[in-house]
Design a protein around this ligand. Sequence first.
Ligand code: ADP
Ligand code: K
Ligand code: MG
Length: 481
Amino acid sequence: MTQVQRPLVIQSQLTRIYCPLQTRTRHAFSRHGLHKLLHTKTVTEADIARLASRPLHPLTLADLVRHGRPPLSAPALYSSANFTLSILPTRLAHRIQSLRNLPFIVVANPHINRIHNNYIHSLSTLLPWAEKEIATLEDEVKFTEVIADLVQTHSNTISILARGFLEARKYISPKEVTRFLDEHLRARIGTRLVAEQHITLHLSSQPHRELLSSSTSAHEDSAQPASSYIGVIDTKLRPASVITHCESIVSEICELKYGVRPHVVINGEPDYTFAHVPVHLEYIITELLKNAFRATIESGKEREPIEVTIAPLPEDDVCEQNENNSTKFISNTDQGNIDVASKTFTGQDVSDTPSAAASEMIRPLADSTPGVTIRIRDRGGGISPENYAHIWDYSFTTFNDDQVSMTLAGGPASKSSSGMDALNAISGPGGEGMNSLAGLGYGLPLGRAYAEYFGGGIAVQSMWGWGTDVYLSLRGVGEID
Ligand code: ADP
Ligand code: K
Ligand code: MG
């Protein structure tokens, strides 16, 4: 048996504002010096084979909220811990196997290999709990440390994988990388949701009240009242507030780097609220605004506002299950709306199918769950037909830093990027890269992965030579009592 120690820290500024409870996780643990050496058990090939042969439990939103509203009683907290424990080892083993299925020379890349080893590490910290039933406060605290370590260990996965695939790009095609990452990053979204949900419930629960009250003072002025949260879900999330917040971040980047600051106009129904995971929405909106701002600046149209329209779904919209058992919208195409299910636009020859890994999706609690479409419209010149075919590939980007400065200085724009320099720009909720306008081409595909996770989607409509409309559809997580 070996022992490891890892610090439990970090959370992006965004998360701090919109998800106060989540932030408390690391503060509470680190401030009170609760992180100790974690027990590990060596992971054998037999462990991986056994766990990976188990089917994945299809996650539902009901799973995330079924332990009730915080503060949880001790038994409810133990049941959350036991549920988390029942889910995670299988999920990690599936990821390990999928990494091993990559071409050998790709897995041998030090960065990809590091991710593989991170999964082995996390599994080794969960195995000692394998046959246990968590039924005491002491065990629950120890187990939550293991889960916090897991979240921390995997926090930079996206930028590390991006670097690895960039270095290994001679040995694997962009389409193969996209297929792998679509599945891998989606699975990661689910694993993190389960882990962070438990951590957050833990910190807001009865038996830990004392710990909580002495560690939250710094966050009491947070933008959202904690009472609207169930773990990581905000039951009263207001997309307009998220948009305004993300706008300020993206325009700050533009101002600092390029000296111009395009602005956003929000219309439609800004007062609309629904239940969703704030960090997911923040990630998506930030990436979409970055794209719109960048195009607007590059085409010298920074005086033209970026128009964001918030359109709640009509009450009588129905929600159907398709053969994949994943949820889709049936929208009223007669009114010229987009049909998010097939990602086609009525009357136009654009087909943009949902990604293949759409089965890794959380289903809404009920068919009557609310939803919203958010359209982001820019005058940035649109996307050329040859680029349009690649925008959903992880790593496809037309960005390079010189291009923007040259365009702003009135020089010619090149249409390629080496990619390596842009690594700093990779971002994800809680990840790095918040300070770059564009990067390695992960914004759209990863944004779509987050949107599809709850049965939504992203569709991009380009009017080449004029501008781009991006339709982000989100299905709320339903009525939660
Ligand atoms: P990145 O922004 O890092 O390049 P994305 O996946 O966000 O990666 O976008 C991929 C590419 O799609 C961009 O490089 C750009 O060429 C194109 N694109 C995305 N959104 C827009 C937009 N609103 N206007 C023009 N081009 C866009
Ligand atoms: K891309
Ligand atoms: Mg982008």
